[in-house]
Design a binder for this molecule. Sequence first.
Ligand SMILES: [Zn+2]
Length: 276
Amino acid sequence: MTTSTATPTDTFADADAADTVDDRPVRTTAEVPRLGTVLGVWAHPDDEVYLSGGLLAAAAAAGQRVVVVTATRGERGTDDPATWPPARLARVRSREIVSSLAVLGGDRIEHRFLGDEQGVCHLDGYLAPEPAAGTLDELTAILDEVAPDTVLTFGPDGMTGHSDHRAVSAWTDLALAAARRRPRLLHATVTAGWVRDFGSLVTAMDDGKDVFAPSPASSLAVDLVLSGDAVALKLAALRAQASQTAATEQAVGAELYRAVVAGEWFRPAPGPDGAS
Ligand SMILES: [Zn+2]
């Protein structure tokens, strides 16, 4: 790692990420440039903002390339499908994620839905661990084109246990094995403190479906707890996905909601031998 001599006027220039990437833990938003070019691979609109909104905003502000890929339009993300039939919710969530990413990074965060270029939307709730050949090719091509230094996605447990989350974790592994370059792969996680303080709350709101396995602090590659303007920006981006977030914030209250979403944690994916 070389010490940056960047001046304010070239902060947003195309930095050579390879000069700044290192694998020391990221514990403040100012340290996010260590991650270099960032590619997030997620299952549903809102996964990216809940798990990495502050990280994405900091990376974009530092002039890093930031790309977010979403596998589905999240059209089944409702308890009220009569009011929100899938086609309607797909349209709404497709717009919401664009607005949310604009809150985080203006026009500097790139986004795409997997399958769009083939005209095949992946169906929310139906992602299979074995991707179709076209899906794997598409994700591999994105990895080759973006050439990320860091890839963010779910771990094999899907963070909440959701089958779509587990599927995109598996898809990312397969695509990375086929890609030309091997970036750092980081899996979203939570801490024991978060599970202690909020785990039962989140689980209760989700009919007990969510399961959160905490990671020890010493294992974390990203250990961010947002505050001040950073958490305010993340809250604004979450509110831009109101179809998924408004009822939750209303149910728990703004102050608790802020505390629940302030943390963003990632651990290195285990290596082929199971070591981190
Ligand atoms: Zn999700």
